[in-house]
Design a protein around this ligand. Sequence first.
Ligand code: AKG
Length: 281
Amino acid sequence: MSLKSCFLSDGYAVVTGIFLSDEVNQLRIAMERLITKVKQEPYRYATRYTLKQEPDYDTWGVNNIFKLDLYEPAFGAVFGNERLMDVLQEILGEELRFWGAHALWSPEKVNYRLRWHRDYGDNELYHPEGIPNHVQFNIPLYPDSCFIAIPGSHRRTLSDQERLEVKNNEANPLPDEVQITCQPGAVLFMNAHTLHRGACTSQDYRRTLHYSVQGKEEAYGGHTSYPEMKEMGYLDQMHPTVQQLMINSVQWDEAHPLSSVELLRKVRSKNERQNYIAGQI
Ligand SMILES: O=C(O)CCC(=O)C(=O)O
């Protein structure tokens, strides 16, 4: 089966040999710098928590690593990798737009079990042929087995058992779930409408980049460009491929303004994500 057929059918695919060990090493160095910064001042960033009871906290990631206070050139250089771009373009087409860039790591104090969900709050959204409206991809810098998914669930409605797990924010084992293991150098490509969850303990050593892109003219999604992308000098600091991805993202967002109801919904779902404590299940 071709990579694309596999991705359409299962909702994810692991491709080995995308990043060379030198690239992985550069990313490891950048990632440690990022984590040190976030752990020093977690409240300053869009930090993901497993514990947030002031003054005590424990973290498992941070969103928006392309904002300049967290950005490292190695994070942008990822998009200069031709093997990666070939896969993204094979699945989504030649012209892409930026959607998100985050980082995930193992907690230190509280093991986390992330609830079952389809991303973007769209738990009823699926395409019967598995045609994606985005590609999310994880770049593990160390062996990573934290992602658990139900293959093919992005092509159908949820079963009653699955829907109940989602509704109750649970993370119990479900039929056909698969724990996906990925080694450094490989990339896990995901359709995030595949029902999934995450699990990671303080005994694991996780360092994983978590990005997403869309086709340039995709009607679904968008609306993750941020004001800095239009500020003088910001794009100059980005890798040339990232510059184009971001220009495409800004242009699409400007051409498709959100209604006030949609804006409110977006703020609500952002707040819900920000307030979600992953270790509490
Ligand atoms: O820990 C993981 O890899 C899962 C992350 C996830 O599901 C999410 O960010 O929505």
